[in-house]
Structure formats: C-alpha cells, structure tokens
Design a protein around this ligand. Sequence first.
Ligand code: GRF
Length: 236
Amino acid sequence: MDLTSTPRKIPRTIPRTDALVSPQSALLAGTDQSSSPIIRAPIVLGVMASGSGSNFEAIAEAISKGVLNARIAVVIYNNPQAKVAQRAQRLGIPAVLLDHRQFSSRESLDDAIAAQLMEYQVNWVIMAGWMRRVTERLLSAFPRRILNIHPSLLPSFPGIRSVEQALNAGVKITGCSVHFVELVIDSGPIIMQAAVPVAPDDTVETLQARIQVQEHRIFPAAIALAAQQVSHPTAS
Ligand code: GRF
C-alpha cells in the first residue's frame, strides 16, 4: 500500500450527527430511558472486502442477533477469488465484483464503487479487509461515512503486514482499531480499539487469530457507536 499520499486538510471535528459520545450513552442512544423507545430506521451498510470476509459475517451476525440496528444492502469485492462472495451468497446478500484490474485508474474504480453503493442506497460504507487505497472520489461521495478495521492499535503499525510489524517490534500488547477512513491510509479518527496481549511464542498466524476474535467483537459495536444505533457488545 502507498503511504506517501499528501494528507487532506480535514477538520478533526465530527459533524453533529456523527458526534462521538461515551460508549454508555451510545448504547443507550435510541432508547428513552424513562418511557417509550425511540424507533430508528436501520442504517444501510455497504461492505467492501477483498478476502475471507469473516468481519463481514460478524457484522451480519450482530445484525441478525439484533445488537446492531442495520441492514447490509450489498457487498463489493475486488478479487474474483475472495471467499467473502460465498459468505454473502450463503446469507442471501447481493455481492458485486468490481475487479480493480478492469479499471484504468484508482479513481475510475472508486467512481464505480460509489455508483454501486448509491444504487443500493447505502448510507454507511464498511471496509472489512478492503486491500485497495481509496481516493478522494469515494471519500467525497460518502463524507465521514466510511469505516475501516485495522489489525493494530493505531497509530502504531499502519499499512500492510501490521501483525508482523508488531511482532518484529517486540511489543507486548497489540490489537485492532476501527476508524473513519481518510486519504492517508489508516489515519482517520479512531472510534474503538481492543487490546490483545502478545504471547512469547506467538507467530503471525496465532496472533492474527486472536486479533480477529476482537475484530469481530468491536466492529459491529463501533458501527453502532459511529451511527448511534443501539448495540450491546458482548464481553470477550
Ligand atoms: C482483518 O484482519 C482486518 O483487520 C484487515 O483485513 C482482515 C480482513 O479479514 N484489514 P476478513 O476478510 O474480514 O476475514
């Protein structure tokens, strides 16, 4: 991944409707604590994935358990071999292949992605293992509406091979982060993180597996927090 792009000057404040509040108050958002509940329409998610799609499935599961008030309208994937397509098929969710090799530029790919997401009337874009750098075209189509999950405690170890980077650095604690997407890779405001201790005998595979358990727990909760939808994240 290219880490060299120039940072956009984006105000660090989050628009009123996206205001981050304490997890407790976010979990209570949508519920009038004294009397009747406020009924909110489910948010409409578009998931972008390049690989296995275990995070996509964890989000779908959180929705089906009623802990995230959302609906996944479409999955967009860029790699014909991505297992996420089979998961989507099994769950009856439309999956659209937009193979980046068929596009002449990052911008034209992002235009096609934005057009698909709009066709499905998506209002939150969820990057769940999307392995392409995004451009201003997608960001401006969904301002402050794109979230990403990253397998490290950002700002440590951005970019690729983060688990390997953490192991090589000898850190004792690593983890995962859900953040708003900005032009500079893995740089946007952080919504939620989970810490994972590094064991002395960890390999990239064993550590990655424990990080993924935490990813599956915090990603739905972070979406709920960002969109202020009701959530009851389970303890690990
Ligand atoms: C996750 O570990 C995520 O942190 C990274 O890509 C991986 C995707 O895994 N961005 P999956 O496809 O959701 O299983």
